[in-house]
Ligand binder design. Structure first.
Ligand SMILES: *[C@@H]1O[C@H](CO)[C@@H](O)[C@H](O)[C@H]1NC(C)=O
Ligand SMILES: *[C@@H]1O[C@H](CO)[C@@H](O)[C@H](O)[C@H]1NC(C)=O
Length: 216
């Protein structure tokens, strides 16, 4: 074969190798969500996995480096489970999935979203515990989990979230006592209302009192 005949092949190979792998893996992560959910309103119709990155997909926002920074799917009539792949979106700042019909657990992999500022999962049908891995989200300012069916204790580790400004865990089925340390000391009862098995922060002397009632 003449040498010139190899040029198109070499050009094709080098352009494939130069493609930003990170952008593709973020598209793959989002596409895993599309495959997992039921989408009667076709809000995810533009999510085409053959595109080089997900930055032109509706409800997805990227930064100048084509990394995903926002996912805006509030009130989108979606149902199904949240996928662990979402935890790969390392530059994601806003995960807005409120007012849908998501079921199942909050994936502990969401603790990998190290740029996250806002996690809005309120008004769904999520079950299971609040993952303690969320305590790794050191930039988190808004954590709204209200109006789901979450159970278990509020992980004490979450009090480490020093930037947390808004917390709403109301209208769930959480149990145990409300942690009072760290950033949680500024939250009032309004953040925890209507969890029938959750007990207020009770202090006896300066030792936290925990009734030790069954909590699952
Ligand atoms: C949650 O599920 C119940 C049925 O178990 C349903 O009646 C309700 O509408 C659902 N809530 C949301 C927010 O989808
Ligand atoms: C949390 O949400 C509930 C129900 O939507 C609301 O009543 C409550 O005021 C909210 N709390 C805060 C602190 O925003």
């Amino acid at each position: 074969m003449a040498t010139w005949a190899l040029f198109p092949l070499i050009a094709l190979l080098s352009s494939t190798l130069a493609a930003p792998a990170a952008a593709n893996s973020e598209g793959d992560a989002l596409y895993a969500l599309r495959r997992a959910v039921v989408d009667p309103g076709n809000v995810l119709q533009s999510w085409d996995p053959t595109l080089v990155d997900p930055c032109t997909w509706f409800h997805v926002t990227c930064d100048h480096d084509n990394r995903v920074t926002r996912l805006d799917l509030g009130n989108a009539k979606l149902s199904g489970k949240l996928v662990p792949e979402l935890g790969k979106l390392e530059h994601l700042q806003y995960l807005e999935l409120y007012m849908n019909d998501f079921v199942g657990h909050i994936p502990e992999e969401l603790g990998g979203l190290k740029s996250l500022v806002s996690l809005d999962l309120f008004h769904n049908n999520l079950t299971g515990p609040i993952p303690s891995s969320l305590s790794k989200l050191s930039n988190l300012k808004f954590l709204r989990l209200n109006n789901n069916k979450l159970t278990g204790r509020i992980p004490r580790e979450l009090t480490k979230l020093g930037n947390l400004k808004i917390l709403n865990a109301s209208n769930n089925n959480l149990c145990g006592t409300i942690p009072v340390a760290g950033s949680f000391s500024k939250f009032t009862e309004q953040s925890f209302v209507n969890n029938p098995r959750l007990e207020g922060p009770e202090l006896i002397g300066f030792v936290r009192y925990d009734s030790g009632r069954d909590c699952n």
